[in-house]
Ligand binder design. Sequence first.
Ligand SMILES: Nc1nc2c(ncn2[C@@H]2O[C@H](COP(=O)(O)OP(=O)(O)OP(=O)(O)O)[C@@H](O)[C@H]2O)c(=O)[nH]1
Ligand SMILES: [Mg+2]
Length: 306
Amino acid sequence: MISSKHKPFQSGFVAILGKPNAGKSTLLNSLIGEKLAIVSPKPQTTRNIVLGILSSEDFQIIFVDTPGIIEPKNLINKCLIESAETALEDVDLIYHITDVTDPKPVNASVQRLLGKSKSPRFLIANKIDLLQRPFNIEECPNLPDVSRYERIIAVSALTGYNVPELFNETLAYIPEGPLYYDPEQISDRDLRFLSSEIVREKTFELLGEELPYSVAVEIEEFKERETGKWFIRAVIYVERDSQKAIVIGRNGAMLKQIGSLARPAIEQLVGCPIYLELWVKVRKNWTKNEQELRRLGYFSPKKKKK
Ligand SMILES: Nc1nc2c(ncn2[C@@H]2O[C@H](COP(=O)(O)OP(=O)(O)OP(=O)(O)O)[C@@H](O)[C@H]2O)c(=O)[nH]1
Ligand SMILES: [Mg+2]
């Protein structure tokens, strides 16, 4: 495709990979300029591949956010690794994100995945806003062999520091190619999925350490009512009755609080008022059951092939 300036149109995929909590989803949101992926201080927040699509007259870059990778000790981790492997297939560039404040910024699973891929890669030293001194790669312990990377770029995904520079460097690795997605589209995920993720994020936010990874959210109904308001019914799944009691809280107080944080965030996303109904249900051991994981969408669909 030829753009208006008669330059060849560039398009391609950039996978964002790294340990849990390195700031992958924050970087995706910063690159796209919209909150597409949920973010939390807890490791392993992201459970699905989320594409962020950035289009202009001259290019379309598809950023692929992946779940943070650790050793696959249980089924949900196996499923996260499978998603990340899928995301790395055929990408034009990999951003390997590391947290500069992490004394062990790389783990074996991430190394293994990187070892399998032949795509060019950037090492991205994230969270440099937290450093007291200017960034110096020599002072960062336990980084991987830096000679394997095309570029080393220090950024703050949170403040946006150096993100435009990262983007400019990225363009040089994006080949000539077609439009893969409608240029108006900023994610492959629909509002229904993004809304369920907001409810999950707020549940994480409010429940602190009490309920780490046993929560999944499913939207059962998502429809416009005659009044112009959208009606959304979301179910928060937990694994045990005791967890259900925690999510509901005394006299329903916790659930109410989750709703009051999630509602305005979803309204901003869908661009109109919503009525949000929240339910909590127990699905015994859903994190250990492959069928349940599939039903809840945790085995990600393959991304569009080139
Ligand atoms: N100070 C600072 N905090 C950051 C930066 N980037 C991310 N964070 C914080 O780090 C935490 C993890 O960020 P996420 O974007 O959820 O990390 P992730 O790599 O997607 O994590 P998983 O999805 O769990 O693998 C959040 O509390 C973010 O606000 C940064 O540049 N500076
Ligand atoms: Mg994430």
